[in-house]
Design a protein around this ligand. Structure first.
Ligand SMILES: CC(C)(COP(=O)(O)OP(=O)(O)OC[C@H]1O[C@@H](n2cnc3c(N)ncnc32)[C@H](O)[C@@H]1OP(=O)(O)O)[C@@H](O)C(=O)NCCC(=O)NCCS
Length: 153
């Protein structure tokens, strides 16, 4: 399945978003309610990667009005589409949005035991800035990463 252009999510995407979420994360999941909230929110951007065979992934970015940082709240690619560069495309789309909104940096947390995601971030220029112990539901620590966004002009 080849992905087409990444676009903002709509309410019609909720079922597929939940299916991706359930397959991607054993716990600490986004709920239908939180996806629905993100679709209508002025401070959240929910981007999806569609294909002829349905949604293949999403990324959720939070841009609070009072913060200079953008925050990647979640990113996931369906199992059938992994390892083909889609996670990186979604992450870059999130960075473009943050840059267009004038954000100087983008931040995220990742489970200490999630090597694939850590590799994605490190290869894309993210720097590990700290560890948050006991961060996830099951007590696993989070590694915090940040990337400086180059602003134009
Ligand atoms: C993390 C995730 C989004 C990556 O998506 P993906 O589309 O498979 O990633 P890509 O194909 O774009 O890979 C980009 C880079 O990530 C790294 N990477 C991806 N999968 C990897 C794996 N299984 N092992 C090691 N590195 C991996 C590689 O550096 C890769 O670059 P390269 O292929 O040039 O070496 C995907 O594995 C996923 O949805 N996982 C479950 C949900 C999750 O953990 N989300 C992150 C929460 S913080």
């Amino acid at each position: 399945v080849s992905p087409s252009r990444i676009r903002p999510a709509t309410l019609d995407d909720l079922d597929e978003l939940l299916a991706i979420e359930e397959a991607a994360f054993p716990g600490d999941r986004m709920s239908r309610r939180s996806f629905r909230h993100a679709v209508g929110s002025p401070t959240l951007a929910l981007l999806v990667a569609p294909s002829r065979a349905g949604l293949l992934g999403y990324v959720l970015v939070e841009m609070r009005r009072t913060a200079r940082l953008a925050h990647v709240s979640s990113i996931a690619v369906s199992k059938r589409a992994r390892g083909q560069g889609l996670g990186r495309r979604l992450l870059r789309a999130a960075e473009r949005l943050a840059r267009a909104d004038g954000r100087e940096r983008i931040r995220l947390e990742v489970r200490a035991d999630n090597a694939p995601a850590q590799a994605l971030y490190e290869h894309d220029g993210y720097v590990r800035t700290g560890v948050e112990e006991d961060y996830y539901e099951d007590g696993t620590a989070a590694w915090r990463y940040e990337k400086r966004l180059k602003l134009r002009g």
